[in-house]
Design a protein around this ligand. Sequence first.
Ligand code: NAP
Length: 497
Amino acid sequence: MSHIPEFRNYIAGQWVRSSSGATFENRNPANRNEILGVFQRSTAKDAEQAIRAAGEAFARWRLMPAPRRGEILFRVGELLLKRKEEFAQQMTREMGKVLSETRGDVQEAIDMSFFTAGEGRRLYGHTTPAELPNKFAMSVRMPLGVCSLITPWNFPMAIPSWKLIPALVCGNTVVIKPASDTPQSCFNLVQICEEAGVPAGVVNFITGSGGELGGPLMTHAGVKLVSFTGSTETGRAVSAACAPGFKHCNLEMGGKNVIMVMDDAHLDLAVEGAVWGGFGTAGQRCTAASRVVVHKKVYKEFVEKLAGRTKSLRVGNGLDPHVDMGPVINQAQLETVEKYVEIGKKEGAKLLMGGHRLESGEHAQGFFHEPTLFGDVSPKMRIAQEEIFGPVVSVIPADGLDQAVEVANDVPYGLSASIYTQDVNKAFVAMRDMYTGIFYVNASTIGAEVHLPFGGTKQTGNGHREAGIQALDIFSEWKSIYVDYSGKLQKAQIDHD
Ligand code: NAP
């Protein structure tokens, strides 16, 4: 075992082992025989230590001028940029998605660092006239304190950065717990924070089971905010755990995203969007286009083209530059995909392409599944309603724009949607009527940029938005300040004449 690296927790500026003395393995989903490292199987005691360290560091970090905090975060971006390729390669090995996508994941963390670093010189509040003479009024942001950050495996560095960087610029300190399937990418981000000069205790990192660590991370009196990204099922549990202590809690959860293709669409472009949205990251993006609603007039032609492109996709190890789609993350996810393929068949959807796991030759040791396409899907089928989180796309015929929008909206989630049309009027109707947090015109459902708000409606979120300047509203609280320099008692609303 000596050649397998052991990664430690980071608490109060020290790289430490868990009090359990136990570790867990990080394996490559493209080759389960490859162990990339062992990580600490942390305990509630470790979590409490991390929360305490973050609480102690908060006293100093909140008083560091925000532009200085921003400078440190800018250095995070610079250091990530230098090691982008190395981190992307490691991410492909731990998560499976192809190298071009893991480069994008690291780039998102870089973008977030550079964009948010600038907020250190803004963090704008308002000054506004007061209603009484010789009185000054303003609003300022203040940090909350210790934030627990709980992140998923599908964007192993980008999502931790979306939480960590805005939390820090606002003056909070954090304890971050990454998904157990992808701890290395978050470890890399935390190590970069240390190298960039983030003071000890400001960022604390613990690995281990969410089920075990969730308790203290969500209920400890020292924690003021829980920021969670993951499944709607776990998000509901996070929300319930935070409620009794009135802890702030922002939830970014599942999706059942949709591309609408109108009869006047540029069909080849729409096909490329559907392939990228449906099978990029093996369908394991929260914004994946798992449904395509197609105008009946072009349905046959679109489906033929989409099936042809789907057939041409090469599935394999994401480090191979000729591969289009990597494995799914683990055995449980592979079984979920298989389960939904069976459900789709039983429901009467037409299996157009794929439908099987790949288990021979280069695929023998990984969690590979064929890109899978169902046609003639009706909107109420489970494969059209439930998040599968794998390479399975359902194509649904529709009579026209009105029906397409109705079908597109008729799911429990509301993250991302898109329309392909050459008609600006149709595009604007869809922009107005789709109840999602993100909308695209003549592009797929994926491709969010860090300076715009990110999040969704319905069971995708609980009203917050990450990224953009909107993320600052998650990680700060408003304080309204009135300064009376009149030298006498003045009464708002009462001294009116
Ligand atoms: P998950 O199973 O809900 O896990 C997410 C995180 O929560 C992991 O760190 C996990 O730890 C932890 N966790 C598990 N049980 C917990 C508990 N009882 N209390 C506290 N934390 C707990 O989700 P996932 O499978 O990693 O990610 C896929 C889901 O994330 C999909 O539904 C996807 O749509 C969603 N997602 C949403 C967005 C968005 O922005 N809306 C972005 C990306 C992904 P362990 O790994 O140790 O179990």
